[in-house]
Design a protein around this ligand. Structure first.
Ligand code: ZN
Length: 274
């Protein structure tokens, strides 16, 4: 799995490009949000929209006692919570820019790795995602990273190569209101309880989803990034998590199987290989 690999990047990848001439491949439509794509890939369906949600029964309640430590050094705060994750066999994660005094109000929707218990050899490459966030999708850094990945792929045996989403270049940063019970992702602003006031409604739209993820959920318009948010410390150039119907948001897949170009949704890909 190549995190954030867009179909257009094939143009920089000689090996993969050659493979598209004989093997089934295409664009991949992923669901809205940040975790549903790989959840559907492995399990066939998903209601996951985001990583964090508000709950009174958070697994992180005990971290409330370490807010002071986090204020001195957030890295130590993250080390502490990941020691707990290691002990439980959970995926590791960082608290990034989440206000420390709020952290214990949220729980994480994905605990065990999504592929756990599924009989596949799964390797994921995440460097491209970080590079495209930092430098933008049209940068020379992205081209170089795609070439590096292409070289690695040419040396390993694979049955399928795919990505989890596309990415688009940010045009505008927009500040959204912060309330006591809210979580600000980069393209989703989620509020529990009262409807937030002063929402920049011309820059986003209200969407409907399971209220577990927020009573009021706003999706940023393409190219708009909510900032400040709970993920990025500073402004970046590329982002994903927009309307999945946008061409820029499409992921990519290729099967080690003779065939033509065939665009699929993540659900269709799951059924195709199940
Ligand atoms: Zn990303």
């Amino acid at each position: 799995m190549l995190d954030s690999f867009k179909p257009e990047y094939i143009g920089y990848a000689d090996y993969l490009k050659e493979k598209t001439k004989e093997f089934q491949h295409g664009e991949l439509e992923t669901p809205l949000g940040f975790w549903g794509g790989m959840d559907i890939f492995f399990h066939g369906s998903s209601d996951k929209l985001a990583f964090f949600y508000l709950t009174e029964r958070s697994s992180w309640k005990w971290m409330k006692n370490f807010v002071c430590l986090g204020k001195i050094n957030r890295f130590l705060f993250d080390v502490l919570l990941n020691l707990w994750n290691v002990a439980k066999g959970n995926t590791l994660f960082r608290t990034n820019n989440i206000p420390l005094e709020k952290f214990h109000l949220f729980d994480t929707d994905v605990k065990k790795p999504l592929h756990k218990g599924i009989p596949v050899k799964y390797i994921s490459f995440h460097e491209l995602d970080g590079i495209a966030h930092k430098y933008g999708t049209k940068s020379i850094e992205v081209v170089e990273e795609v070439k590096r990945l292409d070289n690695i792929l040419s040396k390993i045996k694979w049955d399928m190569i795919m990505s989890d989403h596309g990415m688009l270049d940010i045009k505008e940063f927009v500040k959204v209101p912060e309330t006591e019970k809210c979580f600000i992702d980069s393209t989703l602003a989620r509020y529990w309880g009262e409807k937030p006031e002063n929402m920049p409604i011309e820059k986003c739209k209200l969407i409907k989803w399971d209220t577990k993820y927020g009573d009021w959920i706003y999706l940023a318009n393409p190219g708009v990034c909510f900032f400040p948010n709970y993920w990025q410390m500073k402004e970046c150039k590329g982002m994903h998590g927009y309307n999945p119907k946008l061409k820029e948001m499409k992921a990519f897949y290729i099967l080690n199987k003779i065939g033509k170009k065939k665009d699929l949704t993540m659900g269709e890909l799951h059924r195709e290989i199940a």
